[in-house]
Design a protein around this ligand. Sequence first.
Ligand code: HEM
Length: 126
Amino acid sequence: TPPENFYEAVGGYETFHKIVARFYEEVAADPVLRPMYPEEDLGPAEERFRLFLMQYWGGPHTYSDTRGHPRLRMRHGPFVIGPVERDAWLRCMKVGVDSVDLSPEHRQQLWAYLEMAANSMMNAWV
Ligand code: HEM
C-alpha cells in the first residue's frame, strides 16, 4: 500500500484526471482495447478507473462508496486479458503517465504498481 500522502504529493485530482483522460484517449484509438469495452461511451469507464486510482493512492474513497469492494480480478473476468491486451493497456497507460510532470521517485512508484497490477489482471496466456 502506498503512503497516505501520495495522492496529494503528486497534485491530487488534477494529476489523476489528466493521467486517466490521456489514457482513455489512447484506449479510444487502440485496435486491441477499444473493442473490449462494452459501452459505446467510454466516459463512465473513465470515471470508474479514475476514482479507483485516486482511492488507491490515498485520495477520496468515492470508488468504494459507489462501487463497493474493488475485486478487480473478478471484475475483469469477462474480458480475455493475455499478453497482447496487457501490453496494449500498459502502452496507453505510459502515454497517460508521461502526460504529467512527476518526480522520478513518484513516477517509479506509480509505474511499478501499474505494471504489477496489469500483470495480475491477466487471465489468459495467448
Ligand atoms: C474496468 C480492461 C487492467 C482497473 C475495465 C473494463 C475493461 C478493462 C474492458 C470494463 C470497462 C468498464 O465498464 O468499467 C482492462 C485491460 C487491462 C486492465 C485489458 C489489461 C491489463 C487494469 C488494471 C487496473 C484496472 C491494471 C488497476 C490498476 C479497472 C477498474 C475498472 C476496470 C477500476 C472498473 C471496475 C468497476 O466496474 O468498478 N478494465 N483492464 N484495469 N478496470 Fe481494467
